[in-house]
Design a protein around this ligand. Structure first.
Ligand SMILES: NC(=O)c1ccc[n+]([C@@H]2O[C@H](COP(=O)([O-])OP(=O)(O)OC[C@H]3O[C@@H](n4cnc5c(N)ncnc54)[C@H](OP(=O)(O)O)[C@@H]3O)[C@@H](O)[C@H]2O)c1
Length: 316
């Protein structure tokens, strides 16, 4: 039996993405075969496809390469010594990060240790939206040690990472401020954040006395946001390309600043799934593209204007 995968055969524009047919993979020791329902798209997939960033450097001699780190689906087969799950169980995971990838597949073999069970109250769509973005959000809030009552500014609160970070910070009982375009003001207000329209004025003209900055934009926008901070504020800057610049400037100004690289953590994924299941966290999915329209999906994520997440339906 055969199944489909989406590959990057060479780096370039979204149009380089291709579909290929492979023989159904067989799980090895400790692995399970997952029938992928949804795979979500992250900005790192788009940058890697364009040949940018460290995941592209890692994989430049390994093309064609199957991108994708976020999957949800059902266990199809268990390999030897894989006993955590049974055939038919619903699972999700942040898989193969950073070098292996593989999520843009209809069927993929994954070490069972990379997966988490999806509670019956969580949809496969919501579960696919969570792995990389949700864990980045949770790890950033943890790293910043956000506390009850603190004033937290999250740049780009409407994005894949941002909409989860806003909700986790609010659950910590912080006072959350976030930046977005006019179109997302109401959405972020419904999540409980004070939403600031960056198209109207930069954050530095609207806010002051911020304890913690979670930067999801980087560059000049992040440098401007440093003007909103109170003495000894903490800064976590997530976009890796400008992390050094932002940390250098923040440190010069007397703030404690660091970059961050997300690290897959199935236990943390279970917590996020639990939060969605009990209604403490809501995932926002802007659009689900069929797998054969992956080029449009990449074009959407490349706009940097996605609200929440973009998914690929791998089974349609
Ligand atoms: N270091 C790591 O481990 C790590 C992990 C995950 C992500 N990242 C990086 O973190 C960044 C965010 O990731 P993501 O997945 O959240 O991206 P995303 O989903 O593509 O973010 C899109 C959002 O950004 C907002 N936005 C764009 N320009 C903005 C601006 N100038 N000010 C405020 N908001 C703006 C948009 O809101 P509007 O439409 O309202 O403008 C949109 O909702 C990316 O650079 C990504 O590569 C790094």
């Amino acid at each position: 039996m055969q199944c489909k995968q989406i590959v990057i055969p060479e780096f370039g524009a979204p149009e380089v993405l291709q579909t290929r047919e492979i023989d159904m993979p067989t799980p090895r020791k400790g692995e399970v075969l997952v029938r992928v329902a949804f795979s979500s798209i992250n900005p790192i997939d788009v940058k890697t496809r364009a040949g940018l960033g460290w995941a592209a450097s890692e994989n430049k001699d390994n093309l064609p390469w199957v991108p994708g780190y976020d999957i949800s689906g059902k266990i199809e087969q268990c390999g030897d010594n894989a006993s955590r799950f049974s055939v038919g169980d619903e699972v999700a995971g942040f898989i193969g990060f950073p070098a292996r990838g593989g999520g843009y597949s209809q069927y993929v073999c994954v070490p069972e240790s990379e997966l988490s069970s999806i509670p019956s109250t969580v949809t496969l769509e919501a579960a696919a939206a969570l792995p990389l973005a949700g864990q980045t959000a949770a790890q950033a809030i943890n790293k910043a040690q956000v506390k009850e009552g603190e004033r937290v500014l999250i740049l780009a609160g409407a994005g894949g990472v941002g909409h989860i970070a806003v909700q986790i910070a609010i659950a910590t009982k912080a006072e959350v401020y976030t930046t977005c375009s006019e179109a997302n003001l109401d959405y972020l207000a419904t999540l409980g954040a004070h939403a600031i329209n960056y198209q109207f004025a930069p954050a530095s003209e609207r806010l002051s006395d911020i304890d913690v900055l979670i930067d999801l934009v980087g560059g000049e926008v992040a440098l401007d946001a440093l003007k909103c901070l109170k003495d000894h504020a903490r800064v976590i800057t997530i976009p890796t390309v400008t992390a050094e610049l932002v940390c250098e400037k923040a440190t010069l100004l007397g703030f404690s600043a660091s970059g961050m690289l997300v690290s897959p953590d199935p236990k943390q994924m279970e917590t996020l799934l639990y939060m969605v299941g009990v209604g403490l966290l809501k995932t926002e999915i802007q659009h689900i593209f069929p797998w054969h329209d992956v080029i449009s999906a990449h074009k959407q994520v490349e706009t940097s204007r996605t609200r929440g997440k973009v998914l690929l339906d791998m089974q349609c």
